[in-house]
Design a protein around this ligand. Structure first.
Ligand code: ADP
Ligand code: MG
Length: 487
């Protein structure tokens, strides 16, 4: 099998950042080739170069075994290369069929022949094994369906190599399965797929070969059967990472949090309760009601005390801790020093009469930052100078050090690298084992399954169901996320 698409010794820098350095990849015709790596590893840069959207500083793109210069996407398309971008570009007020044929409408005389358009669409779809509601407006279908139309659109434009850049990022688990099935269908139909992801399980499920990028360089390319979950994670991260997997709580005691209203739930001491749901199913509202950022109609109690109408600071005083994946808006003040960020919400305990001794603040900050393995220079440095993973450790250190009766963790590992994720998981479990109640809201199903003692699934702003934690619940949670009772 020849090299359908590849890179030979490609380098591309942005100022001081070497996004790609001496990258060589060979994607063989008729295969699914995954490119994996952490955020910032250089995946998107490489894909843009392979499609002609960007040019390498040195090195060359290879098409059908020959070095080629792609001056723009038009050159990419001419060589049969299609890119399905992360941000889909469809027109919401048009039907799926109209979007599919936009610019390539079959005509009879001067008029569009919709009968022919429809049969062409169905023929294309059946070749890769999908069925689509062609007369639905793009605005009224899921991201997953729009993505399928984008893929067919690329095929219609003559692409036989499809590059998909992190296509599963916004999908629910069942939708991910559908997409992986579609990718297999493309391979069966003789197409070539370049699949970008940082999710290990997905690439192991679908790829023939896997190229690992780290820090802009190719670490290795291997056939999928030479890799498993832990060896692949190790290659991506560059060191051994230990995820403990699911360990249920040993001791569950009294109710710490109760919430009544559209969504009713409770969390007991020594328990991690996960909240799952596709984006926008009511998770944000729930979290904001509990932490006091949004008024609540129903009643909320914390350690037996009615906190329904208490302001944020009094909820904190009553034992509430809060970690948000949105560090910029809720977790950290980016321009303030690490010391100030670390003591935020805690300063009352550090100085009497509202006067803080700088040395005490520094010592306190240092103890928390060191205790939570934050990599920093001085406690006076601004929070924005740290990497995302280290910023998250500051928030976690600050919130966990107070030993809260209840911790609300909303997307605690969003944007955090694999090592940081394993670290945060260990800390959340330790907090639980120490007798705190933890409410964990996450978009990542694996995280919820691994950490939660039980999982509450939201759908359309309501509780769709509850299942125990652990890997066996994957299908049940996935079905409930889509509002289905079965799996
Ligand atoms: N247009 C750009 N300008 C400046 N830096 C960029 C640009 N594109 C990418 N980078 C940098 O190059 C590195 C690799 O980025 P990218 O290819 O997007 O990685 P990935 O897709 O693997 O997350 C990152 O450090 C990123 O910040
Ligand atoms: Mg990217």
């Amino acid at each position: 099998m020849g090299v359908r698409l590849g890179a030979r010794d490609v380098s591309r820098a942005f100022g001081p950042v070497r996004a790609n350095e001496g990258v060589s990849v060979e994607v063989r015709a008729g295969t699914v080739h995954a490119v994996v790596g952490e955020n910032g590893a250089g995946k998107t840069t490489l894909m843009r170069i392979l499609y002609g959207l960007d040019q390498p500083d040195s090195g060359t793109v290879v098409v059908n075994d020959r070095p080629i210069r792609l001056r723009g996407p038009a050159d990419g398309i001419e060589h049969g290369i299609g890119l399905v971008p992360q941000e889909l570009a469809m027109i919401g007020s048009l039907t799926l069929l109209e979007n599919l044929v936009l610019g390539t409408e079959p005509k009879r005389g001067l008029r569009i022949d919709w009968t022919v358009a429809r049969s062409e669409a169905e023929e294309l779809a059946s070749r890769v094994g999908v069925e689509l509601p062609w007369t639905a407006l793009a605005d009224n279908v899921s991201i997953s369906v729009r993505q399928q139309v984008e893929i067919l659109r690329a095929l219609r434009h003559g692409a036989d190599v499809l590059i998909l850049d992190e296509p599963t990022a916004a999908l629910a688990p069942a939708q991910v399965d559908d997409l992986l099935q579609l990718l297999r269908g493309l391979r069966e139909a003789g197409r070539t797929v370049v699949f970008i992801s940082h999710k290990v399980d997905e690439v192991l499920a679908v790829a023939d070969e896997i190229t690992v990028l780290r820090g802009g360089k190719v670490i290795t390319t291997r056939p999928v059967d030479e890799l498993d979950r832990s060896s692949l994670i190790e290659l991506i991260v560059g060191q051994h990472v230990r995820f403990s997997g699911f360990v249920s709580s040993a001791v569950i005691a009294d109710e710490v949090l109760t919430v009544a209203g559209d969504v009713s739930l409770s969390v007991r001491a020594g328990e991690i309760v996960g909240v799952a749901g596709i984006a926008g199913s009511g998770q944000d509202e729930l979290v904001e009601r509990i932490v006091g950022l949004r008024p609540s109609s129903g009643r909320i109690t914390l350690a037996g005390k009615d906190i329904t109408s208490l302001p944020v600071d009094r909820r904190r005083a009553a034992g509430l801790g809060y970690i948000s994946g949105d560090r910029r808006s809720e977790g950290l003040s980016m321009d303030a020093s690490l010391a100030d960020n670390t003591i935020a919400g805690t300063h009352r305990t550090l100085g009497r009469y509202g006067w803080l001794r700088p040395s005490a603040v520094r010592a306190y900050a240092k103890r928390v930052l060191d205790g939570y393995s934050v990599r920093y220079g001085r406690t006076s440095a601004a929070a924005r100078t740290l990497s995302g993973g280290n910023q998250q450790r500051v928030v976690i250190g600050r919130e966990l050090d107070r030993n809260p009766a209840l911790l609300v963790a909303a997307g605690p590992t969003r944007g955090v690298d694999v090592l940081g994720m394993a670290y945060i998981h260990d800390k959340l479990r330790a907090l639980r084992d120490n007798g705190s109640a933890v409410l964990l809201v996450s978009e990542q199903l694996d995280e919820l399954l691994d950490l939660s003692d039980r999982i509450i699934v939201l759908h359309g702003g309501q509780v769709a169901g509850e299942v125990p934690g652990g890997p066996e619940s994957r299908n049940a949670v996935g079905a409930l996320m889509l509002g289905r009772k079965d799996s």
